[in-house]
Design a protein around this ligand. Structure first.
Ligand SMILES: [Zn+2]
Length: 142
């Protein structure tokens, strides 16, 4: 039986509830890559090249609702992802799905960890909807 202290130990590091520092870490990586800001990174040839690779590899449709994708979602902001060595956590999304991932209902920007959770939930819900629609023809959109 595990010690009581092990059961009660919080799983999150105290200074990182919901990955509070993740945007700061992202901005640090962006600077190490030679850009003044995340905005500037998103305007760079590096990001344009990475974007193209994501669309080529993962297709041009939203990973949640299957509508045509217009944006790429960063599910994590690691050095490998930001530098283009790993496109695994990058996902084509439509604008509407991307917005509902990144912002809570009250307009607050979600922290990266919340966004990752939201992404998992949204994909799961959308898959379920598609399965249900396939099973029940009357639920299919006209
Ligand atoms: Zn979508």
């Amino acid at each position: 039986m595990p010690a009581q202290s092990a059961i009660l130990k919080p799983r999150r590091r105290a200074n990182k509830p919901f990955g509070l520092s993740s945007y700061r870490e992202r901005d640090q990586i962006v600077r190490e890559l030679g850009f003044a800001s995340y905005r500037e990174y998103l305007d760079s040839d590096l990001w344009r090249t990475i974007r193209c690779r994501v669309y080529r590899n993962k297709g041009g449709f939203c990973r949640i609702c299957k509508a045509p994708a217009t944006e790429i979602h960063h599910n994590t902001y690691t050095r490998r992802v930001m530098g283009g060595a790993d496109i695994g956590p990058l996902h084509p999304l439509c604008r509407s799905c991307h917005k509902s991932l990144e912002f809570a209902g009250n307009g607050r920007k979600r922290w990266p960890k919340e966004v990752r959770r939201q992404f998992r939930l949204a994909r799961r819900a959308a898959r379920k909807d598609r399965r249900d629609a396939a099973r029940e023809p009357s639920l299919r959109p006209p």
